[in-house]
Design a protein around this ligand. Structure first.
Ligand code: ADP
Length: 219
């Protein structure tokens, strides 16, 4: 499914004034697109992701997933259609890599007999079959992000939103995560937005949008 934002404006109260975090922004990601969202700190990248992920309702403008508006139950859209990967993998310290994935499936109401093979396949896909029984403190930063990525894919989301997932990693690990994301997005025909301030992660062939002060600009 595609995700599109049309003419989206978001403001925040800022003392007695309002701060415009996104100013009439329009963008689209089609299935299989990995769109890089770059821009300096404070330019509106996280706000864009929050709107795309149905965490924040814009002041004006529309968000469509698969051509349909989010409707009255954005939490359900989030649960059923969207996978998030954050800067920190936010793994539960006491759970093994496998159980991080199984818990997500359990919370989504997926029967264990369906969740187990999917968790196994996803951990294999991100190169962690041999680490499935490890807890977060036994995993490297890059491995934790791979678990976070696998977990985000457990519910077969149509849209994958990644918020600076490589910013805590060294350059080699960051590039290998991006490569993995690129492959997974193509294989699964997910529409993905990848927020980063590291402009070296995108290749010239990648679709990219650049924000400055809440405005879209040509990179
Ligand atoms: P980025 O992710 O590019 O760093 P953000 O989307 O976090 O940018 O922020 C865009 C602008 O909105 C910034 O000026 C920021 O200070 C402001 N902002 C973000 N979140 C809030 C909030 N909850 N309340 C007030 N201002 C906010």
């Amino acid at each position: 499914m595609s995700i599109s934002l049309t003419d989206v404006t978001v403001t925040y109260p800022d003392g007695g004034r309002t701060l415009t975090a996104l100013d009439h922004v329009s963008m689209k990601a089609d299935p299989g697109d990995l769109v890089f969202v770059t821009g300096p700190s404070g330019s509106g990248k996280s706000t864009l992701l929050a709107v795309a992920g149905a965490l924040l309702t814009p002041d004006s403008g529309t968000v469509l997933i698969g051509g349909a508006p989010l409707g009255p139950d954005p939490a359900r859209v989030r649960r059923e259609r969207i996978g998030f990967v954050f800067q920190q993998a936010n793994l539960l310290p006491s759970l093994t890599a496998r159980d991080q994935l199984l818990l997500t499936a359990h919370l989504a109401g997926t029967p264990r007999r369906h969740a187990e093979p999917r968790a196994r396949a996803l951990l294999d896909r991100v190169g962690l079959s041999a680490r499935a029984d490890r807890r977060p403190h036994q995993l490297s930063g890059g491995e934790k992000q791979r678990v976070g990525l696998a977990r985000a894919l457990m519910g077969s989301p149509a849209v994958l939103l990644l918020d600076e997932p490589t910013s805590a990693l060294d350059s080699a690990r960051a590039h290998s995560i991006v490569e993995l994301v690129r492959e997974i997005v193509a294989e699964n025909q997910v529409a993905a937005l990848f927020v980063t301030h590291d402009t070296t992660l995108a290749t010239p062939a990648d679709p990219r949008i650049h924000l400055t002060d809440g405005h879209l600009a040509t990179p």
